[in-house]
Design a protein around this ligand. Structure first.
Ligand code: DX5
Ligand code: ZN
Length: 226
């Protein structure tokens, strides 16, 4: 996985057909997805439940791009090895998920994954100075985590601008997660984001049988940022 700051679209399979993940992933990659975003929820850190390591391992063979696993779980540490074994390329933990995020990020890199750090909308960037040299990606949540299809929180544009200047030349991706559409994407790209997660805005109107809308939706987001 090489580093660059070009804008990448990461469809979230939270908005895909849960009975057909393999084919959904193949369809959305064929239609231009750059990464595949996998939302893991535990019904404790966030008020919703999705799936765990066995499902990630099962879909791994259908992903030819980057498997970007977003852990909305607490605790994180007991499950890092299982998600690494399942084939995650990027493993992202929330700053808010426990008292020892430094240890968690070390463990993620130690398990051979790229380390991601996610920040809830209510979390500032002041506490991450000492983490910048141990992360490969920072995920700025632009909705409160737990559900797809929520409304983009505009105050996060300023947060991304601050973050971009803090990062400087470090090879750290800025990922935006929640409420990304052709209207909100350009605000975030201009502020310095390079990975745009989009669930509802990519999967709307399409299906495995009719995948062309996935491509149109991805191209509409990409066109909005250039
Ligand atoms: C929310 C998830 C997101 C979500 C985005 O907790 O982390 O990845 O699927 O969905 P949209 O793009 O519909 O806001
Ligand atoms: Zn996510």
């Amino acid at each position: 996985m090489s580093f660059d700051r070009s804008v990448k679209i990461a469809p979230s399979i939270l908005s895909a057909d849960f009975a057909n993940f393999g084919a959904e992933i193949e369809a959305v990659e064929a239609q231009g997805a750059d990464w595949i975003h996998v939302d893991v929820m535990d019904g404790h850190f966030v008020p919703n439940l999705t799936f765990g390591p066995p499902l990630c391992a099962a879909i791994r063979k259908h992903i030819n791009t980057v498997m970007d696993v977003h852990l909305m779980i607490s605790p994180v540490d007991p499950y890092i090895e299982a998600f690494a074994d399942a084939g995650a390329d990027v493993l992202t933990a929330h700053l808010e998920a426990g008292p020892h995020i430094h240890r968690t990020l070390q463990a993620i890199r130690g398990a051979g994954c790229k380390a991601g750090l996610a920040l809830n909308p209510g979390t500032g960037v002041e506490d991450i100075d000492y983490l910048l040299d141990m992360v490969d990606l920072i995920c700025v949540m632009t909705v409160n985590p737990g559900f797809g299809g929520q409304k983009f929180i505009h105050s996060q544009v300023e947060k991304v601008r601050k973050l971009r200047s803090m990062i400087g030349d470090r090879p750290i991706h800025i990922e935006i997660d929640g409420g990304i559409t052709p209207e909100t994407a350009p605000l975030m790209a201009a502020a310095g984001a390079d990975v745009l997660v989009a669930g509802s805005a990519v999967f709307k109107g399409g299906s495995v049988q009719n995948p062309a809308p996935y491509g149109e939706n991805i191209r509409a987001i990409k066109a909005s940022v250039v």
